[in-house]
Each structure stands twice: as C-alpha cells, then as structure tokens.
Ligand binder design. Structure first.
Ligand code: AMP
Ligand code: GLY
Length: 426
C-alpha cells in the first residue's frame, strides 16, 4: 500500500516502524519526518497543518492511505479535504477532532452519552472560578479549554496558584474547573471507524519530568505496557461504558469519529473516569503499544478509514512487555536547548530487543555545528524538547528495564534529561 504518514515525532517513527515490520511491500512517505524516520523511509518537506498542500500532494502521488500522527493537523482540518477527494484517511474530521481540541465540547459529548467523567463547570470570570473551586474543594483542577501543549492543566492544593493559572488562561477564553480525581492513570487507545471500535492494549504514561512524579508536567517522559495490575474486564468496560457511547454519540451528531480514540482514564475507587480524550495516538504510549502489536497495523488503519472494522477480529499483542524512556534536551519543558550533538545511537540499538525512535533530530550540515569542539562525523543533532524514545521489549519488566536503561546510558547528549523510574513499580 502507498501510505503517507504526517508528523515528525517518535510516535510517527513508531507507526512507520510497525508498518515496515509487516514485511509487506508498503511504499511509505513521511511528512516532514525527522532524521531517524528519514533513515527508514522517504521524507518530504510538506507542512502537515496545511490541508490544501497535503491534499494536493496526496492526490498527485496516488496515496492509498493517509495516517495523521499529531493533533495540530487534525484541528487544522487536514482530514476533510483528503476525504472529499476520496483518499482513505486515518484521523478524524476537524469537527470530530474537537473531542481533543475543546474540553468543553468533550464534556458536552460525555454528558450526552452518559460517559463517566469528573464533574466540571465552565468559568468565564475569576469570580466564577473562585466560586466553583471553593465548591469543589482542594486539590484544585483548572483546565484551559483549547490545545495548550500540555501547559493548560493545573492540579494543586494551592488556591492562589490555581487562581493565578485560571487568570492567565482566562485571557484566552473560558476555563474548566474540574473535580479532583484520584487513582492510577491509564491510556487506552481504540481504533474507530465512526461506528465500531477495536481496542489496543492499555499503557501508562509518566507525565512529570522527574523521578517520583515530581517536577513540571511534560508531553510524557516514558511509558510501559501492558498493565498487569488492571482487572481483566478493564478493556471491555471501557469499550461498553466509554468508547462506544462516545463514538455512537458523535455519529448521531453527524460528526463521525474516524481514527484513534485516545481515552485518558483514571481508575478511582468509585470506578473508571475519563480525564481527557485525544483524537490521535499518544506519545510516548504508542511506542510501547505498537512494539507489542502482532496484528498488521496497516489492516487496522485502513479498516478504520474505510468503515470496515466490524470485519476484523480484535488486535493481538505479544506477551512480551515493553518499556520506553524518553531522552529530553536540557531545559525541557520550559525552554529546550537545541542544536546539540547526539552520539551512541548505534551502540544503544545493539542492545538486545532495543529500538531507538527519533522525536526531534536532524542531520545538521557540518557548518551548523554548535558544539564545534565535540563535533563528530555523524552530524546528528537535537532539534527540540523530547529528542529520542528508547524502547525495549523483555519477558518481564525487570528485563525490559535493564535493557532500556543499558541503551539509554550509551546515548550521549550534553545536558540531557531522562527519568530512571519508568516501570520501576510495576
Ligand atoms: P490533561 O491535559 O487533561 O490530560 O491533564 C494533564 C494531567 O493532569 C493528567 O494526566 C492528570 O495527571 C492530571 N489531571 C487532569 N484532570 C485531573 C483531575 N480531574 N483530577 C486529578 N488529576 C487530573
Ligand atoms: N502522552 C500524552 C499524550 O500523548 O497526550
């Protein structure tokens, strides 16, 4: 199949790695990709958030499937003109992507579909915020309504900090005050064709920068899968009480959700609750979920895009466990220092069952060398916050962790940060 993958992160590298592992003779192109992706497939310099440019390129080059990785192109509406031109797209329309793009929209859909989530009130003024946080009590949860690159949510017992966060985001629009939910978090991804869903396997993400869940929130510093501590009925319960009602509600409203339904869940003493929906694969959870996927990914993506998921059995996963550790630049998430040289990738990949997925890398021309004193012939440099996602499989978590950290230790990037406790407590 001729497949165009939009995006440039480790999630997209994982999707491409999974597609290549099928052994089918897919012709894959990534736009824009990164240095690691460019080593695996052809990359093109195309802006994923430009729906017209993407559609023209996909039509002219006869792509049979477009897979949209990140949220920004979906919110920009890239799926709509592609679908209008008859190209199968894995990724929801602009209208359905509001499930991720607007927390207010998501709350309305959940209410209409009777999906369990935290109680929430929309507030347009500081007075409304203060009234609601005092009603809900501490710890306080305030969320910006739109996409905020992981910076929109605060969870704090500090009332003044909660009010200050609300004041900042109120300048951009109303904020959501939410009831605090307590319990372990789970990410469950489901393929959706607009009517039916098929589940992937649960994963857990580590959102805080530092060990012990300290430090600021990030896009995700690591993940593992499966979650042996979940009850066996978990996936079925999420399908019945959360995923299907949500997908059917969107279908009924004339905005079918075709793509990846990311259920961000919290397992509270009172049951499973939705913290958030996303409209695309999670990063870094995808790196561990797809590492364990046995079923050919392309068949699931295409059946979602074509509305034929009901003809497929549930995806199968290896019994092996998977752990990923993210290597981030100095300064991430506040202000990442970029341009620094990366070494040791080959040595890391030589560790058994290890894959190094690239997130923010490029081959810089020699003249662009920043650390001129330490320049080597590889020319691989970091271009952003989360730089690499090192993934290891193992027969148990002790083995997968030993492998992943052996590989992480072989990678050189001055000032880099990573957590040392990913999957340590499983
Ligand atoms: P979100 O951007 O909605 O995923 O929120 C970011 C993080 O904030 C989540 O992963 C949770 O750790 C935390 N969080 C969000 N909503 C709540 C809530 N209602 N109660 C407790 N923690 C929350
Ligand atoms: N890992 C969190 C996300 O992808 O939104």
């Amino acid at each position: 199949m001729k497949i165009l993958v939009l995006g440039s992160g480790a999630r997209e590298h994982a999707i491409i790695t999974s597609l290549l592992s099928e052994g089918a003779s897919h012709e894959i192109v990534a736009a824009p990709g990164n240095a690691g992706i460019a080593r695996a497939v052809r990359t093109v310099d195309l802006e994923p958030t430009d729906p017209i440019a993407v559609t023209e390129y996909a039509v002219e080059n006869g792509f049979e499937l477009v897979v949209v990785g990140p949220e920004a192109p979906l919110i920009a509406g890239v799926a709509d003109p592609l679908r209008e031109r008859g190209i199968p797209v894995f990724g929801p329309s602009k209208a359905a992507a509001a499930l991720e793009g607007s927390k207010t929209f998501a709350k309305r859909i959940m209410e209409a579909a009777d999906v369990p989530t935290g109680r929430a009130e929309l507030a347009g003024t500081i007075a409304e915020v203060e009234k609601t946080i005092d009603e809900f009590g501490s710890p306080y949860v305030i969320k910006a309504d739109g996409l905020a690159a992981g910076k929109g949510v605060i969870v704090t017992p500090d009332r003044a900090a909660a009010v200050a966060h609300a004041a900042y985001w109120l300048e951009h629009g109303p904020v959501l005050v939410e009831e605090f939910l307590s319990g372990p978090e789970v990410s469950l991804f489901l393929f959706s064709d607009g009517h039916d869903v098929l589940p992937l396997t649960p994963a857990q993400d580590f959102k805080r920068l530092e060990d012990g869940d300290l430090g600021p929130n990030t896009g995700g510093m690591g993940a593992y899968s499966p979650l042996p501590w979940l009850p066996e009925s978990f996936v079925d319960e999420v399908i019945e009480t959360i995923a299907l009602p949500t997908v059917r509600r969107l279908e009924k409203e004339g905005t079918p959700f075709i793509g990846l339904l990311y259920c961000g869940l919290i397992v509270t003493p009172r049951g499973i609750r939705v913290i958030e929906f996303n409209a695309r694969f999670g990063d870094p959870e995808t790196q561990v979920v797809l590492a364990r996927l046995v079923t050919p990914l392309s068949s699931l993506l295409l059946a979602s895009a074509n509305g034929t998921l009901s003809t497929l059995p549930r995806p199968e996963f290896a019994l092996d466990v998977a752990v990923t550790v993210v290597i981030a630049s100095e300064g991430y998430p506040e202000k990442s220092i970029t341009g620094r040289q990366i070494t040791g990738i080959e040595a890391a990949e030589a560790v058994a069952e290890v894959t190094v997925l690239h997130a923010a890398t490029e081959i810089a021309p020699l003249t662009d060398a920043v650390d001129a004193g330490t320049w080597t012939s590889t020319g691989l440099v970091a271009t952003g916050g989360r730089v690499l996602s090192v993934v290891a499989l193992g027969s148990d978590f002790a083995e997968a962790r030993a492998r992943v950290y052996e590989a992480v230790d072989k990678i050189g990037l001055a000032g880099s940060q990573h957590r040392t406790d990913i999957a340590a407590a499983v």
